[in-house]
Design a protein around this ligand. Structure first.
Ligand SMILES: [Zn+2]
Length: 497
């Protein structure tokens, strides 16, 4: 140990302690709102919440998105809201009706410490949640457990940086969350987005924690799916191994995977977690459905947040398309699916792209603009985005004689932008492709990503990977070219060393 460093560290520690102590209270006590969430066995449909927060902008609110355009958003399900000052004085408040999406105005100065008490009634299932991403995007209370989304629970004031959360629930209930627990028994959400944008499971379910590098995967699996628990864990471990090869290891985070039985198959990813709903039906035969959803939502950890510092609409084609590309190719790389299934999935990417490009008389839109209306343009965003990923992977491998690939682009983007908390644009993706390939992809991006007229010459591109491409309207078929022994396809679908 270097003595000089030790002295510096000690001095720093003293400074930190001095800094943290303000009027006898630690700084984190002042900064962090505290929430206590109580659910009683006899009233399982209601969460009673007590919170201590600091008022900013005379506003308290809930996350504004993720609900099916309800006028009051997540606040639709909030009842008995009471607001008091520290000294117990009751504060009046007013619901913001116009564009509030779950917002209240409270008449008190900035910086006032207020105590909130309110109930959240889990009646979300009475609304059609399809316009907001499906049933996997809302809370569901089953006979055994509460499969929650944190957006439904927290009222906060703007500018909140983190929060402490404690649960007051029946003693035989489990808690599954990505938030880490501190010594005081509080869980700690280390950012606003972590507080409002995560899954959370309480009750009786299969809880398993597995470690992958620095990452803890916390599984919360519906008791109705218990017989598949190990199957799900094995698959996700393998997929995560593949992702960690692309991204040079796993981050030091807890990540929650919540899986419940439903009568449909879907998935929704959050900051450090995802929800999956699954039908209990021919599980092994349907691995491309649920396995791809699991891998897709897990890959979003990087492709929606960690590697690109957050979502923006001009890169929706990258976020969704590249995620589809990587969930599918990683399933093949780990041997979870056969080559036939893999090619079938590629055919779907291409088919979606071709259909979206041939829609008539619908006006064409470019891939960068498609994300402005994600619901309307989903076919093009997913199909076009995954087709671009396939094409770029093949082109980069062709130019670099298989020395580089799209994997290197993903890592470069993470290192350059994600690690430095810089949000990326489509131009940054192009720069990364240029840097990795040593070539200039300006024309490619101009034509197929910024432009809306040109259609990618798929046959020529997949031919370089050793594949035949046969097409009649939207029906597309891929097959290995006969007689070619060493083909690029084998490199693409081989597991990274
Ligand atoms: Zn997605």
């Amino acid at each position: 140990m270097n003595l000089n460093n030790t002295i510096k560290k000690t001095a720093l520690l003293i400074l930190l302690v001095l800094n943290l102590t303000v009027n006898g209270q630690t700084k984190s006590d002042i900064d962090s709102p505290e929430y206590i969430i109580q659910i009683d066995k006899s009233k399982r449909n209601i969460a009673k919440i007590e919170a201590n927060i600091i008022l900013n902008d005379s506003t308290i609110k809930m996350a504004s998105w993720g609900h099916p355009w309800l006028k009051h958003g997540w606040a639709t399900f909030v009842k008995k809201l009471n607001i008091k000052t520290e000294s117990g004085q009751i504060l009046s408040y007013k619901t913001v009706d116009k564009n509030g999406w779950g917002k209240w105005k409270v008449l008190a100065p900035n910086g006032t410490k207020v105590h909130l008490s309110y109930e959240v009634h889990f009646d979300h299932k009475n609304h059609d949640w399809n316009p907001a991403g499906g049933i996997d995007s809302r809370p569901e209370v089953t006979d055994d457990a509460h499969f929650l989304v944190s957006k439904a629970l927290f009222i906060y004031s703007p500018g909140v940086k983190n929060a402490k959360i404690k649960f007051n629930i029946p003693s035989n209930w489990e808690i599954a969350t990505n938030w880490k627990k501190d010594k005081s028994g509080f869980y700690f959400a280390d950012s606003w987005i972590s507080l409002v944008n995560n899954a959370l499971v309480l009750g009786n379910f299969d809880k398993k924690v597995v470690t992958n590098g620095q990452m803890n995967l916390i599984f919360a699996i519906d008791k109705n799916l218990s017989k598949y628990t190990q199957r799900f864990i094995d698959l996700m471990q393998k997929q995560l191994n593949e992702f960690s090869k692309i991204y040079n290891g796993t981050p030091n985070r807890n990540y929650l995977i919540s899986i419940r039985k439903a009568d449909e198959d879907d998935g929704e990813s959050f900051q450090d977690s995802f929800n999956q709903v699954l039908t209990d039906n021919r599980i092994e035969e349907r691995i491309l459905i649920w396995g791809n959803t699991m891998a897709h939502e897990m890959f979003h950890y990087w492709s929606r947040g960690y590697s690109i510092a957050g979502e923006s609409e001009d890169i929706a084609w990258f976020i969704e398309g590249f995620t589809e590309y990587y969930s599918t190719i990683s399933l093949k790389r780990t041997g979870a699916i056969t080559e036939d299934l893999y090619l079938k999935k590629l055919e779907q990417f291409l088919s979606r792209y071709i259909i979206a490009k041939r829609m008539w008389p619908v006006d064409q839109v470019s891939l960068v603009d498609a994300g402005k209306e994600k619901a309307k343009n989903w076919l093009f965003i997913y199909g076009g985005g995954s087709t671009m990923a396939l094409a770029l992977d093949i082109e980069i491998r062709t130019i670099t004689k298989n020395k580089k690939s799209l994997d290197d682009v993903m890592l470069l983007v993470k290192a350059k932008y994600g690690d430095n908390q810089i949000k990326i644009t489509t131009a940054n993706i192009m720069e990364a492709v240029n840097e990795v390939s040593g070539a200039d992809f300006t024309e490619f991006f101009k034509k197929y990503i910024y432009g809306k007229k040109d259609v990618l010459k798929i046959k020529d591109i997949v031919s370089k990977a050793g594949l035949n491409f046969d097409q009649f309207t939207e029906g597309v078929y891929l097959s290995r070219k006969k007689g070619n022994k060493k083909v690029m396809l084998d490199k693409m679908i081989g597991s990274k060393k």
